[in-house]
Design a protein around this ligand. Sequence first.
Ligand code: PBG
Length: 332
Amino acid sequence: MSRGLPVAGAPFPAGRPRRLRRTPALRRLVAETRLHPAELVLPVFVREGIDAAVPIGAMPGVVQHTLGSLVDEARRCVDAGLGGIMLFGVPEAKDARGSGADDPGGILNVALARTVEAVGDDLVVMSDLCLDEFTDHGHCGVLRTDGAVDNDATLERYASMALAQAATGTPVLGLSGMMDGQVGHVRAALDAAGYTDTAILAYAAKYTSGLYGPFREAVQSSLVGDRATYQQDPANGREALREIEADIAEGADLVMVKPAGPHLDVVAAAAAMSPVPVAAYQISGEYAQIEAAAERGWIDRDRVMMESLLGIRRAGAQVILTYHGLDAAARL
Ligand code: PBG
């Protein structure tokens, strides 16, 4: 009889996995996956023209910051040992081309400069590089006369936005618009202007998702309809690898999968093939689901929070963007 096969009459000869689950010390010894605050990035919102932070209804515990409260939050991230912070701007005025996005006096650029000045190298400051918060139609790009999002005209706007953001000293730009060729175009613009050290985090595989709902409240989005002509179809996995390969070839320094929870297979596939670090974004709706169920007493918030982050980490994400960043770090 070959070794490893059950011996007749002896129950469970192949092993008793429960032996290693018996005590907390044993479980800690054999844990394959650990979370660390340095891998977590906190997304934050900063709104123009307010003098006190405004709570976001669909994201309990998350607010639209003033410039002052944003800097306080960034300092809390430093104290908690977080890896980074990602800034989203909520401008007072919007127009068709998203003029506030590349205006050096626009809310996002001012906030980036203030945050970089406050935290220096103690925290990696990241930008959202996209037009949707700044356009009156709410799309991630500029529109053609027929109403479709104009890919190549949008690339020009992204390049201009990238230069404005790089000028604030922001070390990592998060390209989230899902236009074809955006990474290569922005990389070339940065290099030509001498910003060769500014890194690109590419939202390489960004799916169109109902889970963005609470974010749209957070940034007071004016979007009517959806983003299905530029964000990926949740039905497709192969396409995600094509997007990731293209972004890496165009010069992405990190690639990201988003949303995280429904697409853990894509996170795992990205981790298996990517030569650059892989990030995953646990988005607003994933956060809201946990908070809403916990509020009703249906789940234990902290347990589900940690379990969901552990699952994303185990799937292969090296960096996790999560609105629970500070709460999770406090438990590590
Ligand atoms: C685009 C962008 C969005 C999010 C991050 N970057 C909105 C969208 O694609 O509709 C969503 C993040 C979240 O839901 O937490 N600027």
